[in-house]
Design a protein. Structure first.
Length: 344
């Protein structure tokens, strides 16, 4: 039987010390990390970028099918993605957990192993955090700090008429991974010796359980000398994110359905679930790809970047937010992305 160490046996400070004792700081901007009342950071001439995410058990994740190590990795990466979406570089995170009595020290170790793996991969330092008892399962709060150069930080409000709309990677896979996990969970509840069937769907599961932030795209844009006019990461679905850019930039858009990048596994799975694959790509969310706009004259440069696809262009605000379908009809883009506050 696996060893189980009660968290109470270490106490709060003992747990924090246990979780953070092997941290070594990698970034020059991390002057002092865990171990004092506050971390000390020094960004010198750079601007500081700050983002935070709150993840609640039963709302944002289900531990019946999400391994704690994967959850730790994903919790960190989704924050890194927000910093990359500002054309910045994530440098430090703080990790705070609310933990109920059903979790052991080994469980928390698993979660932190995922966090540390993500930090190692992306070159980010853990510089602080907190732990507390929780009566409602697992609560995760991560704050990420990053740096950006004054004239290179990209917001959502800079898109201009005729700009190209670009997206990295492919869309809808994370949502189909979630549908697959939910389906197998439902089957599991009725069977004693249940074995989930995930063969052939590994990509979809990876996109849901272990997403990656697109540091590579940010690096490629910098290499090509391209500073997007606006940018956002796709956490709530393509439609929702394009509408954010249009609203804040006071512009319209035209997106071409046939250009939206969709992986083969996503299309096959959508057919199995009798779902429209375009609807999934537009509204699925949790892809953590980058959606950005660039001036028209950079078409050849941006098209040459591996993993980037031009899917449309920005228009004047009066022309609205339009999806041009495969049969050349026009429909208004609607945001049907996930909203944790709508109670459904």
């Amino acid at each position: 039987m696996m060893q189980r160490t009660e968290i109470a046996s270490l106490g709060e400070f003992g747990l924090i010390e246990h979780l953070t004792k092997n941290i070594t700081l990698k970034n020059p901007s991390s002057v002092k990390g865990v171990g004092d009342d506050a971390a000390i950071l020094d960004y010198a001439a750079k601007k500081t970028l700050v983002t935070t995410d709150l993840l609640l058990e039963g709302i944002h994740f289900d531990l019946m099918y999400v391994p704690l190590k994967h959850l730790g990795y994903k919790s960190a990466v989704v924050n890194f993605s927000d910093i990359y979406a500002m054309n910045g570089q994530p440098k430090q995170i703080t990790v705070s957990l609310g933990i109920s009595k059903r979790f052991s020290v080994e469980d928390v170790d698993d979660f932190y192993a995922g966090v540390y793996l993500a930090c190692e991969h992306y070159g980010v330092d853990v510089v602080g955090g907190d732990t507390s008892a929780s009566l409602t399962g697992l609560t995760i709060s991560i704050t990420c700090l990053g740096e950006g150069e004054d004239n290179k930080i990209v917001c959502r409000d800079g898109a201009k008429d005729t700009d190209l709309i670009c997206v990295s990677g492919d869309l809808g896979a994370a949502y189909m991974g979630l549908q697959l996990l939910e389906r197998e969970k439902l089957a599991f509840t009725g069977e004693k010796d249940f074995q989930p069937d995930f063969s052939g769907h590994e990509y979809l599961l990876e996109r849901q359980l272990k997403p990656e932030a697109r540091k590579d795209i940010i690096d490629s844009l910098a290499k090509e000398g391209i500073i997007p006019t606006s940018m956002i990461d796709i956490s709530d679905g393509l439609s929702s994110e394009i509408k954010h850019i249009c609203r804040q930039s006071k512009v319209g858009c035209r997106v071409y359905e046939e250009r939206i990048p969709i992986d083969y596994q996503t299309a096959v799975m959508a057919e199995q679930f009798n779902m429209n694959v375009t609807t999934i790509a537009l509204n699925g969310g949790e892809d953590y790809e980058l959606l950005f706009t660039v001036p028209l004259h950079q078409h050849d440069k941006v098209s040459a970047i591996k993993g980037v696809k031009v899917i449309g262009h920005i228009t004047q605000e009066k022309f609205g937010q339009v999806l041009q379908t495969r049969d050349n009809s026009e429909i208004e883009l609607k945001a049907q992305g996930w909203n944790s506050l709508d109670g459904e």
